[in-house]
Structures are given as C-alpha cells and as structure tokens.
Ligand binder design. Structure first.
Ligand SMILES: [Mg+2]
Length: 403
C-alpha cells in the first residue's frame, strides 16, 4: 500500500486531505507541524510527502531542505501545498528540490493527478535501478550488504572505502591527461565488494549521498596533492549519481570543496550518464551550467548506452564525450560499431567536445580510434583502475602509450 505523509498545521485542511487519500486507499500518516513532519519522514520513509508551505517552527522550505540532506528521505517525492501563488515562491520551492507545487484551493482531481504522476515517475526511476539488478536486490546477500553498508555509514567508517584511479591517455601524444576516480568498498567481513554490486546498492538505498560527498572531498584532496607535485594539467573525473544532481545545494557544495581544498576548478571533471541527465533534464542543465560557470568541466559518461536524445548536447556545457565501451569492443571488426563510433567522434568534434573511448583493450581497437581521430582512451590496454600508490607510480614515471 502506498504510504503518504501529510504535513499540514491547519486541522481542517489536514483532515480533508487525509479523508480524501483514505478514500483512495492510500495509507496515510499526518504531522501537525514541520518538526514532527521531518521526524515522521525519517522514521516512516513514506512513498510521497504532501507538505504545507506556511507553518510555525519549521516551514515547508525548512522541511524540504532537512529531508533532502538526509540520505533515507533525500529522494522521496515531495509536493508543496500552499495558499501562496507568487511565482517567486514557486521557483524557490522547485529550486530546493520539490517535485510539484499545488496552490490552495485545489480540486480533488488536481491533488490526485499530481500524486499519481509523481508516483509514476518514482516507479520508473526505481525500475531503472531494479530491472538491471532485481536478482541482486532481493537476494539475502544483497540484504546483508545493505545492513553492513548502513552500519558503515552510520558509524562514519569511511576508511572502508577506497578511491581507485584509472588513467585517461591522449591517443596522439601518448600522455596521461586525466584520470577517472572509481569507488571501491573493502569491508572487514565481505571483503572487496565489486562496484557492480556496491553502486546499485548505494543508489537504491540513498546511501550514495554520504558516500559521494566523501568521494568528492577525497578526490579534491588527492588532485590538489598531484597539482602541488607539478601535475597542474591533470584532470580528475568523478562520477555523479542522480541523487546528487537533485540536491538543492549541489553547486554550492562543489564551490565549498574547491575553496576548502584550494583547488583549481578545471582540474575537476564531473561525469554524468545520459540516463541521469534525462531523469530531470531541466535540473541537469541548470545545475551543470552553474557548476561549469565556476570552471569545473562536465563529461557525458557511457555515451550511446542510454537514451538517444541528442538535443541536450547543445544545451549542456559539456567538455568531454565518453563513448560507451560497447561500441569500442571489437570495433575494428564490427562495421556497425565502426560507423556509429566514427559518426560520434565527428559529431563531438563539430560541437567542440573532446572524445574519450572507454574500455579499450586491444591494439586493434586503439589503431582504429587513432585513425578516426578519437582524442583519448581509457582501458585495460593502458591500465586498469589502480590504488593511489600504483597510479602514482605510472604518473610520476610519466608512463606513455606507444605512439
Ligand atoms: Mg564514468
């Protein structure tokens, strides 16, 4: 049964909404003010929240801000209910990460259709995570991993996480120009957990947020160390999750990280997949524009593997297009992959984007990419993802790709 939390201080309005929802077979919980609302949201994790804007103690903005910062409530669909209809209020609510906004008095149909459309969108999001990993998510092992991961985060035992770095190499000069940071989890009981298990687990539980914050900070610290060691044009990429992109304070977080680590912004690159962008294209565009205005670079990750809408390429301030490994594997012998990849490289260059081929494993693949002027490569042919000390060995030794 779908559980809806109603946060509303006016008794009459609250009771009306609760009756209406109960008649539609929703499971309901009610809070009479913002503080109780936040507590109930955390303890009950409802499927959707309806929240009044004007309330004593904590108002609706305060409630939403608190919920988006808490990992268990960060992604719960949130609809504002308010008597105010000024455009500025609407903008402020949406900027804070609200999913919808209803102006009182609203009709029963308006309310139910807003709820239905948010729940449908949430179901699609959940399905995207689930279909791929359904078998894992419902397995006892996955459940055990979730218990351990929650504990690790609650105890803030971040030493269990490691950041590996995989070099990205300029195909023409052979130089290491960048590195992609990749998360690993070394648990005392589970051992090294594969990223293919960790990431879906962290995404589906919302625990990705505290982990991502830790990773971003760690990467900025490390990048600064390499910068100080003379690698001033080394760019380090961090993978973003959809949860981070909808955080209301995301771009401010990036600014704070750059400032606290005294890091040059163009050393940092944020990688987003097409699917993350398409989940909320308008928010992706505005957030990425903000982040890019500070000088941070943006890459589209796994390009070609997700939605094929290309229109946003022009709207987003992208620097790098990373071509999905699927197209690279055996490219020299697969004419369809060859046609698509050469077209992608051409298109990227016309848009002034740098191209990186992912998952390059053979000399044949590299030769093809070189012939068709792909700018850079990443893959086992040059190096797998490495722990810091190993990565530094090849960075400091100025290991090059044979050209
Ligand atoms: Mg990536």
């Amino acid at each position: 049964m779908t559980k809806i939390l109603v946060i509303e201080d006016e008794e009459l309005v609250r009771e009306n909404i609760l009756d209406l929802l109960a008649a539609e077979d929703f499971d309901t919980i009610a809070a009479t003010n913002g503080r109780i609302g936040v507590e109930l949201a955390v303890s009950e994790t409802p499927d959707l929240i309806l929240c009044d804007l004007m309330m004593p103690e904590i108002d609706g903005y305060g409630v939403l801000t608190a919920l988006r910062e808490e990992s268990v409530t960060a992604t719960i669909p949130f609809i504002f209910l308010t008597a105010k209809s000024a455009r500025g209020d609407f903008r402020q609510a949406m900027d804070l990460g609200a999913d919808d906004y209803l102006t009182k008095p609203f009709t029963r149909t308006e309310l139910l259709s807003a709820i239905a459309s948010r729940l449908a969108k949430q179901a699609i999001l959940a399905k995207q995570v689930c279909t791929k990993f359904e078998a894992q998510i419902f397995s006892p092992k996955f459940h055990m991993m979730e218990v351990y991961l929650r504990r690790t985060i609650e105890e803030r035992d971040f030493q269990q996480f490691l950041v590996y770095y995989q070099p990205i190499v300029d195909i023409h000069s052979g130089r290491i120009i960048a590195a992609e940071s990749l998360l690993r989890w070394q648990h005392p009981k589970l051992g090294m957990v594969a990223p293919t298990e960790l990431i879906p687990l962290a995404e589906s539980t919302g625990l990705i947020l505290p982990i991502s914050d830790w990773v971003l900070n760690k990467v900025c610290q490390q990048t600064k160390l390499w910068y100080n060691a003379g690698f001033t044009d080394l760019r380090v990429a961090v993978n973003l999750s959809a949860h981070q992109l909808i955080q209301p304070n995301f771009s401010q977080k990036i600014v704070n990280l750059l400032l606290s680590n005294n890091l040059v912004p163009d050393c940092l690159e944020l990688e987003l997949t097409e699917n993350i962008i398409m989940q909320d294209i308008n928010r992706a565009i505005s957030t990425m524009k903000e982040v890019n205005s500070f000088g941070v670079k943006i890459a589209i990750d796994d390009f070609g593997a997700g939605y094929s809408s290309l229109i946003y390429l022009k709207q987003l301030p992208i620097h790098t297009l990373k071509i999905d490994r699927y197209f690279i594997q055996d490219i020299a012998n697969d004419s369809q992959k060859a046609v698509i990849t050469t077209a992608l490289i051409q298109m990227a260059h016309n848009l002034n984007l740098q191209t990186v081929a992912e998952g390059v494993e053979t000399e044949q693949e590299l030769a093809f990419l070189r012939q068709y002027k792909c700018d850079a490569m990443q893959g086992f042919l040059f190096s797998c993802p490495l722990p810091v000390a190993e990565f530094e060995k090849i960075l400091f030794a100025k290991k090059r790709l044979n050209v």
